[in-house]
Write a protein that binds this ligand. Structure first.
Ligand code: HEC
Length: 230
């Protein structure tokens, strides 16, 4: 029956969703979204406490491997968390004890030179099953920390991105996820239904593309996945 394979490919709509996400992300980068997403400050801004501080400079940034990215992360992680913690948001500090679902920090092509890590709290432990995880329970918190390595090898902290599953009805178009972005200095960029809410609407728009069956989650790219023990 010709309808069958068609339906099958429709169900495998995630790569397509990812392609749209990639397109949206690159557009964002083009229109200055890289700044929105906390791109590193210009050299002259480095002394400004409102901008991310440079940690150090590495050599040969273009040939940085996953192992190299992990080594950088190990050096700067405490500093990154010290910044996020200034937000006063509990998970911005607590996530250091949560399982990480990626082997090494990975560079998202769409995020330019930003390396990221994905963590989930105890309530969200099913995250480690990725596409099989289903709808996350209320109280689930997923966070993604980030750092940037510029072309000249300068290492900067990036923002902390978070998704919290709120009680039903919190924000139906966003499947009740509360999106929050915390800057490297702990300042709040925006949070759904709270301060700076308009600034985080683009999170919902893009995450919606992951689809309801995936509870608006994109998960970790295959080659970096760690299936944490449940
Ligand atoms: C243009 C698309 C896009 C936008 C905009 C976006 N994200 Fe994401 N997000 C992704 C993709 C793709 C992933 C999968 C991991 C990766 O490569 O970053 C992801 C992963 C995440 C995760 C880990 C949970 C998951 O989906 O697997 C969190 C938390 C997150 N994003 C928070 C945010 C927040 C907060 C914002 C807004 C400030 C935001 N995202 C904006 C595409 C987007």
């Amino acid at each position: 029956m010709p309808g069958m394979p068609q339906r099958k490919s429709a169900r495998r709509g995630i790569p397509f969703g990812r392609a749209i996400a990639a397109a949206v992300l690159s557009t964002l980068a083009l229109v200055g979204g890289a700044r929105l997403l906390g791109a590193p400050a210009r050299a002259q801004d480095q002394e400004d406490p409102r901008h991310p501080r440079r940690h150090f400079r590495i050599e040969h940034p273009a040939s940085l491997t996953g192992v190299g990215a992990q080594a950088i992360y190990r050096r700067i992680r405490d500093d990154m968390i010290a910044g996020y913690r200034l937000s006063g948001v509990a998970y911005a500090d607590a996530y250091r004890h949560w399982p990480r679902f990626n082997r090494v920090p990975y560079l998202s092509a769409q995020h330019g030179e930003r390396y990221i890590n994905n963590y989930a709290n105890e309530t969200a432990r099913a995250y480690g099953r990725f596409e099989a995880a289903g709808v996350m329970p209320v109280g689930s918190i997923l966070v993604k920390d980030s750092f940037a390595v510029t072309e000249s090898g300068d290492v900067f902290s990036g923002p902390l991105f978070a998704m919290e599953k709120m009680p039903r009805g919190f924000n139906p178009p966003g499947h009740d996820w509360r999106y929050t972005m915390i800057m490297p200095d702990g300042s709040l960029f925006g949070t759904t239904a709270g301060e700076g809410k308009a600034r985080v609407e683009f999170c919902v728009t893009c995450h919606n593309l992951a689809g309801e069956a995936n509870d608006d989650l994109f998960y970790v790219p295959d080659q970096y996945r760690v299936r944490a023990a449940e």
